[in-house]
Design a protein around this ligand. Structure first.
Ligand SMILES: Cc1cc2nc3c(=O)[nH]c(=O)nc-3n(C[C@H](O)[C@H](O)[C@H](O)COP(=O)(O)OP(=O)(O)OC[C@H]3O[C@@H](n4cnc5c(N)ncnc54)[C@H](O)[C@@H]3O)c2cc1C
Length: 405
């Protein structure tokens, strides 16, 4: 515990209404009901919150994009002022957030701007591959796959047809595995609908490392690989993409992975505007924070979610960019802002790992929970349950009683 800088009752601004930022705003709104003088503002470029963990289902056409866009006005208690605007920069000295709707002054700022897909400066990648980091991105993937299958159905040349009907996913982490599984399950029916043989479409998953789902147990990886193989996904490991060309992903060994649609899920980095902000940044441009989640040398700014570079003292590693990490960090930031207002000690952040669940296709998945690894239908049900529980928790937070906090 550390004594807080007590008595700051000026405006609090939360930048970003994703997993971390929305939860800071909702938790703080409830707490601030008894502090009407404190202004709480939430800023996001969209007027909706995106349930990003469900995007692979949108890309696979099994969920509508609007189903993963939750209107913010449905969620925000009247206590939060919402500003829909693009955040364009920071005036750290003047304590102002620079936005398309004009500057917004803060006494305390929470940065929760998430991350962006990283192309690792691979030539051609940004132009030629799609990504899946927003509902609109996921819709584009679905539309591109649909169009490629139509074009394949119309192609007379079997080689061209095979190429057009192949989807190549770069990056064998959780996002790439979920996307590849979802598409492999759904493509045969899509092909039939378009007059193409159901066996014609193919999904290739290209991973630079020696195994998919890096960092997971060999048991979990093995189970995921078996389900993917059962779904017909061709997994290439130790396959490093050197360039994205007109014809496909060119690997460092010279091989060309051809396809009709290319999706990149190879990793994330901090948004560009943070790199130019003057804030201290570390690996992948994430902002360095102290154990209370305040920016080093800027105790008036908190960071939560993918943007925060938080080292887990138990492992010595920086925590991964995950929704469950973002939610826990958001909770700590809300508590610490409240502690500052109350003149109470701050709370150091501790991550409580609830486990790892990945869906592989529309019916199966893999999970590592409290040291138990499972694969199959149960893991998929678990993923469904986590997503359902998340939506319930958002609803619950709207009418939430802070006395129980
Ligand atoms: C396809 C996919 C599947 C995933 N599945 C899982 C999963 O199953 N489990 C899991 O734990 N994690 C999963 N993740 C990771 C998880 O989605 C992220 O860790 C999480 O979204 C991070 O939350 P955040 O609040 O930091 O950022 P986000 O949720 O991305 O929110 C950032 C917010 O900031 C806003 N914003 C950004 N820049 C600006 C700007 N300049 N101006 C205005 N607004 C801006 C955005 O609009 C957004 O609302 C997945 C990620 C992807 C891409």
């Amino acid at each position: 515990m550390n004594a807080s800088a007590a008595g700051s009752s000026g405006p609090i601004v939360v930048a970003g209404a994703g997993y971390a930022g929305l939860h800071v705003a909702l938790r703080l709104a409830a707490k601030l009901r008894s502090q009407p003088a404190v202004e709480l503002t939430l800023v996001d470029r969209h007027d909706y919150h995106q349930v990003i963990t469900e995007l692979p289902r949108v890309a696979g056409g099994t969920r509508a994009a609007d189903a993963v866009r939750i209107p913010l006005q449905d969620m925000l208690a009247g206590r939060v002022r919402f500003v829909q605007a693009e955040i364009t920069g920071f005036d750290l000295a003047g304590r102002r957030l620079l936005t398309g709707a004009g500057p917004i002054g803060w006494s305390r700022l929470v940065l929760a701007l998430g991350s962006r897909p990283s192309d690792f400066a691979i030539p051609g990648l940004a132009d030629r591959a799609l990504s899946v980091y927003s509902a609109s991105d996921a819709e584009r993937v679905w539309a591109a796959v649909s169009a490629a299958l139509m074009a394949a159905a119309a192609a007379a040349d079997p080689g061209r047809q095979r190429r057009l009907a192949t989807v190549v996913v770069g990056g064998g982490g959780a996002t790439g595995v979920e996307l590849a599984g979802e598409l492999a399950e759904i493509l045969p029916a899509m092909a039939s609908d378009r007059g193409l043989a159901p066996g014609r479409p193919a999904v290739q998953l290209v991973e630079a490392g020696p195994a998919i789902l890096a960092g997971s147990s060999a048991q979990l990886t093995g189970k995921a690989a078996r389900i993917l193989s059962d779904l017909g996904v061709q997994v290439r490991t130790n396959a490093v993409v050197a360039a994205a060309t007109e014809d496909g992903f060119r690997l460092t060994d010279g091989q060309l992975v051809e396809g009709g649609v290319f999706v990149w899920a190879g990793g994330v980095k901090a948004p560009e505007l943070v790199a130019d902000s003057g804030l201290p940044t570390g690996h992948n441009g994430r902002v360095k924070v102290d154990r209370y989640l305040r920016v080093l040398d800027h105790p008036e700014i908190y960071v939560a979610g993918d943007l925060a570079s938080v080292t887990d003292p138990r492992t010595g590693h920086v925590l991964p960019p995950l929704a469950q990490v973002a939610l826990e960090e958001g909770e700590t930031v809300a508590r610490n802002l409240d502690a500052e207002l109350e003149g109470k000690p701050l709370e150091a952040f501790t991550f409580h790992d609830k486990g790892f669940v990945v869906s592989v296709g529309t019916r199966r998945g893999v999970a590592d929970i409290v040291g138990i690894t499972t694969g199959g239908r149960l893991a998929h049900l678990l993923k469904d349950a986590i997503e359902w529980e998340y939506r319930q928790s958002v609803r619950h937070l709207r009418g939430w009683d802070p006395a129980a906090w």
